[in-house]
Design a protein around this ligand. Structure first.
Ligand code: ROI
Length: 165
């Protein structure tokens, strides 16, 4: 690693197919094993009802903090490769069920607006299944453009999020 350029990034993990808990555990290990990535923290796993179409299984979600000197787009490519390796099929159905979803939520304090990547992730503020695990591992976080995590949480009901043992 080039320690001069280390960035703290946050990754959202989600699954609602093919043993979601195992999918998340496997993905966590795969991310931690990436070259140029060091795991800083992983939240508890949380079960929640689907946001979007309701005719699909409950999700399991978590958030991971890493330290990396990968460029944001290179990190994104690594995450997409892990999604593929864990059998993700892109059906084209918006907000449909998925074996593994890895979202690059935050990349340091940077704001990134590219056709393939928007950071901070635009849906963070609306999604209890991101905010609550994120707050668990980064309670003092300030998110560029969105503000303090505790204010965001105060404005986002926990939506029957269930912390798994
Ligand atoms: N709903 C929940 N609870 N968790 C998710 O990770 C999730 N991911 C999605 C949609 C389908 C929008 N709903 C979700 O992509």
């Amino acid at each position: 690693m080039n320690h001069a350029t280390l960035i703290t990034a946050y990754i959202g993990l989600g699954s609602n197919l093919a043993e979601p808990l195992t999918q998340l555990q496997t993905a966590c290990a795969a991310i931690a094993n990436l070259a140029q990535v060091e795991e800083l923290a992983c939240s508890s796993f949380y079960q929640s009802a689907p946001v979007g179409p309701q005719d699909q299984p409950d999700f399991v979600n978590a958030v991971m903090a890493i330290s990396t000197d990968l460029a944001a787009l290179d990190l994104l490519a690594c995450l997409q490769k892990i999604e593929q390796e864990q059998g993700r099929v892109r059906t084209g159905i918006r907000w449909g069920a998925r074996t593994l979803d890895l979202d690059l939520l935050l990349y340091g304090e940077q704001q990134i607006n590219l056709p393939t990547l928007t950071v901070p992730h635009p849906e963070i503020r609306n999604r209890a299944f991101v905010l609550y695990p994120l707050c668990e591992i980064a309670p003092a976080l300030f998110i560029p453009t969105l503000g303090a995590i505790d204010t965001l949480i105060a404005n986002c009901p926990s939506a029957a999020l269930k912390k798994l043992a």
